[in-house]
Ligand binder design. Structure first.
Ligand SMILES: [Zn+2]
Length: 457
């Protein structure tokens, strides 16, 4: 394990960077958490906005306080630290602090801090999406992008795989948000009303009230009363039962414990959430014989392609960036997905990559002054996501790769079990037949080649 000392520094004045004309903002990339090849790890990249030349030390300190010592210094994240890599990209903004709706500043990513729950606290300006794509050219394999705004006020907003936070936040809010990002966990708190959408019995919320039928039945001790709301003497974070209220609703849906990180940030993940998080990161943990990815694909080619894809609710996926990397990549099929990226080679389904959380959901942090309102939820009609295509290279991808994006029906998530990549065709057929998934959009082989050629440096 190497932290801080590997510092693979490379300047942003690369040819690629000049081609896309991002030289206006200098950038330095530092691998601040390094547990091995990026393809075998969940890899975070952290960007700062509103950090001027004189604020660069503060940015490094904010990254250490919130992430390296904050999120990764505690409980689940600390226990599973070897599953993660993290890059810090130092972007020099011309002005210190970020824009507000009434005061425009010249910053590297043009993030706007509204400080308003109903506006998701932090907003992107028109150029932000492309500026982030440009700022991360020095980091090849990315699973999650985190943007810290140099702003002391509270707030945070998750847009797909991107999380916007402020320098004024606490690490535990970030730890909560990655419960959504890594394992697609539900929020366990209640805001209003009775649950009305389709019955669910997966992950950390369930509409099932039977102690033997609920999805976390195995974790309920025989001595714990069910329903558990009025039981006395239970550990609020560790005693698993069936408690009323979950996924924003006050009734008709149930959560596993009284209080969990997915309910109020500060507690640890409850045993049910912890199990789901452990399952999601397990393939990224080292094994005695080497990386999981290497063990899973003995003798297979050692290249993969990292794709930055802009998805839309109505149109075709758009490829923003495609990078070929050496090494192996862990297929992300260890969680219950909201979307499935299915890649075909010569029209034969070959790989699936799961998105645990819907990329179209825009999720604002809970307002501490009005916790009863919960997170601010809205839906975006487009989202930028990052997916990895294992065992392929750019030139063969240009010739034979196709992509189909499937939306997973909310009541179908229980049909998912761990699947090996070799089962892809039969997995997809079974899920389609059972109406568990529906085709949302696609980029057939005939269009993928051109899309990949268009983004080559
Ligand atoms: Zn929980």
């Amino acid at each position: 394990m190497k932290i801080f000392n590997s510092a693979a520094r490379f300047s942003a004045t690369s040819v690629f960077c000049l081609v896309i004309m991002c030289a206006a903002h200098g950038q330095t990339v530092t691998k601040v958490v390094d547990h091995g090849p990026d393809g075998e790890k969940l890899t975070f990249v952290v960007l700062g906005d509103g950090y001027a030349a004189g604020d660069q030390t503060k940015f490094a300190q904010d990254v250490n306080r919130l992430l390296v010592n904050g999120v990764f210094g505690h409980d689940f994240y600390k226990d599973n630290f070897p599953a993660f890599n993290m890059y810090r990209v130092d972007l020099v903004s011309h002005e210190s602090g970020v824009s507000s709706p009434s005061d425009s500043k010249d910053t590297a990513l043009k993030v706007i801090y509204s400080g308003d729950w109903s506006r998701c606290w932090l907003e992107e300006s028109r150029d932000t999406d492309q500026l982030i794509v440009d700022a991360t050219v020095g980091v090849k394999k990315i699973d999650f992008v985190l943007i810290i705004a140099n702003e002391a006020g509270y707030g945070g907003c998750q847009r797909g795989g991107r999380l916007y936070i402020t320098a004024g936040d606490d690490w535990d809010v970030v730890a909560h948000e990655y419960g959504h990002g890594i394992a697609g966990l539900y929020d366990e708190y209640s805001v209003s009303g009775a649950y009305s959408t389709p019955p669910i019995n997966v992950k950390n919320c369930s509409t099932v009230t039977s102690r033997t039928g609920v999805s976390w039945a195995k974790l309920i001790a025989s001595t714990t009363p069910v329903p558990s709301d009025k039981a006395k003497g239970l550990d609020p974070n560790q005693t698993v039962g069936i408690f009323t209220g979950c996924d924003y609703a006050l009734s008709g849906i149930y959560r596993p414990v009284s209080d969990c990180r997915m309910k109020s940030n500060t507690p640890h993940f409850c045993p049910v959430c912890l199990g789901l998080m452990n399952r999601a990161v397990k393939p990224y943990l080292p094994t005695p014989t080497g990386g999981r990815a290497a063990a899973a694909n003995p003798g297979s080619p050692t290249k993969y392609v990292n794709l930055v894809v802009r998805m839309s609710l109505t149109g075709q996926p758009q490829i923003l960036r495609a990078t070929q990397l050496d090494g192996r990549v862990v297929p992300t099929t260890n969680s219950i997905p909201a979307y499935i990226f299915a890649f075909s080679k010569n029209e034969k389904p070959s790989f699936v990559q799961y998105l645990p959380d819907s990329p179209f959901v825009v999720r604002g942090f809970v307002d501490p002054r009005h916790p009863e309102k919960g997170e601010s939820l809205s839906q975006s009609d487009s989202a930028t996501v990052i997916v990895n295509v294992p065992e392929t290279d750019i030139s063969s991808a240009m010739q034979n790769l196709g992509l189909q994006v499937y939306k997973v029906e909310p009541d179908a998530a229980s049909m998912f079990k761990e699947q090996r990549a070799t089962d892809v065709g039969s997995l997809l057929n079974a899920l389609i037949k059972n109406k568990a998934i529906a085709l949302q959009s696609e980029l057939p082989k005939s269009k993928m080649g051109d899309a990949l050629r268009a983004v080559q440096p």
